[in-house]
Design a protein around this ligand. Structure first.
Ligand code: FAD
Ligand code: EPU
Length: 338
């Protein structure tokens, strides 16, 4: 196995932050992973599992072993008249799995087209977009404990999925290496146009029949129109989560802000648009030194010019402070801070 020392992670994180890791290895199979986890001196070192690096903010160099996940593979494990179970290696790009399924007309992940990163990271925050979440199609995942190298399978219930959340972001944070994921898809797909921006686009198109590949194309078009491509401008997508507030807070804010952007949840609470909150604090398009707030989507913080992670963290703290002062709402990071 090729262990590298003191290498830069600049090309391996979507913010393009020039941090170093003490040790680095890329793994292509479960066997390679087991080998590295059981070997001295690696077993005792702090470890970071790295997928596409599109949801990580490095605030300093990493004093341990970064394991870049490149476990490949895609196969059908089971099927019946209606459903098909597709298993993907965790190092496969998420969008490659989406494209594979669209080509075969397996429905259920087309609204999640073009989300950057790997299959293995998708369950960590239960990726979601345009009216779909991974949990809607998730069947199970397999992986290896970084502590005792045991193999474990997690069912959907055991993953404790929530909005941008799972057990792997909490109790099992940094302790479990996901090696493969199984999704259960529909062989006779029905398109999901519940997300209003998507519905509006299709009303304009006025198609006779809408296939999942049409949904994917429209999702890609919307995404390209508002989210910066990390290849051109370092970013990690939404930096914060959309906050949830109680009805009481919602009613109070509604009196002051007639255009409050929110929707009611089944719990009776309300989800507020973090982009709207940040926009109302006049952060859109602003920059401080080497970092900035994207002009088309203020939830996205961008690296304008060889910024450090600390500069991005500092900008995020200023934004949190001003949103809190104006609305009494504390934003929570979606991005993983390292
Ligand atoms: P990384 O950033 O490499 O890792 C993220 C976290 O998961 C880290 O804590 C890491 O240690 C851990 N991890 C990674 N792989 C594994 C593994 N195999 N086992 C255990 N732990 C692991 N997200 C959405 O939900 N919806 C969106 O619409 C969306 N749009 C985005 C748009 C842009 C332009 C960008 C840059 C990001 C966007 N994201 C979105 C965020 C990001 O794409 C997802 O969170 C994605 O799942 C991260 O994948 P990754 O492989 O890059 O993970
Ligand atoms: N908005 C503003 N000002 C702006 C831009 C947007 O007020 O300049 C408001 C608009 O009112 C708009 C609302 O924000 O209606 C929502 O915007 P958008 O449709 O882009 O959705 P979002 O809530 O900002 C979420 C996810 C995205 C996901 C999209 C589409 C979170 C934290 N973010 O963004 O996920 O792609 O919905 O479903 O839930 C990510 O997680 O990294 C990510 C990009």
């Amino acid at each position: 196995m090729n262990i590298k020392e003191n290498i830069s992670l600049k090309e391996l994180n979507s913010f393009h932050l020039d941090v170093k890791t003490k040790l680095f290895v890329e793994v292509f199979s479960e066997d390679e992973l087991r080998e590295i986890l059981s070997q001295e001196p690696f077993c005792a070192l702090p470890k970071l599992i790295l997928g596409g690096g599109s949801n990580i903010l490095f605030t300093k160099d990493f004093d341990g072993l970064v394991i870049k996940n490149s476990i490949p593979g895609i196969k059908v494990t089971n099927e019946n008249d209606r459903e098909i179970y597709v298993e993907a290696g965790s190092g496969l790009l998420w969008n490659d799995l989406v494209r594979f399924c669209i080509k075969k007309n397996y429905g259920g992940i087309e609204n999640l087209s073009l989300i950057p990163g790997t299959v293995g990271a998708a369950p960590i925050q239960n990726i979601g977009a345009y009216g779909q979440e991974l949990k809607d199609v998730f069947y199970s995942l397999k992986g290896i404990s970084l502590e005792d190298i045991s193999t474990k399978v997690y069912s959907k219930n055991e993953c404790e999925f929530g909005y941008r959340d799972s057990i792997f972001k909490r109790e099992l944070k940094g302790r479990f290496y996901i090696t493969s994921v199984i999704v259960k898809l529909n062989k006779n797909p029905e398109v999901n146009l519940n997300y209003s921006a998507l519905k509006e686009e299709f009303q304009k198109l006025d198609l006779k029949e809408i296939r999942i590949r049409d949904v994917s194309e429209v999702v890609c078009k919307i995404r390209r129109s508002k989210l910066p491509n990390p290849e051109d401008l370092g970013n990690a997508g939404s930096f914060f989560k959309n906050p949830e507030i109680t009805e009481e807070v919602y009613l109070k804010l509604g009196k002051e802000f007639y255009d409050l952007n929110s929707h009611k949840l089944t719990s009776g609470n309300y989800k507020i648009s973090a982009a709207w909150l940040i926009d109302k604090c006049n952060w859109k398009g602003k920059s401080i030194g080497n970092v900035g707030v994207h002009a088309k989507q203020p939830l996205v913080l961008v690296n304008l010019n060889n910024a450090s992670g600390i500069e991005i963290l500092d900008l995020s703290r200023r934004i949190k402070k001003s949103v809190f002062e104006k609305f009494g709402i504390m934003l929570e990071e979606e991005v993983n801070l390292v």
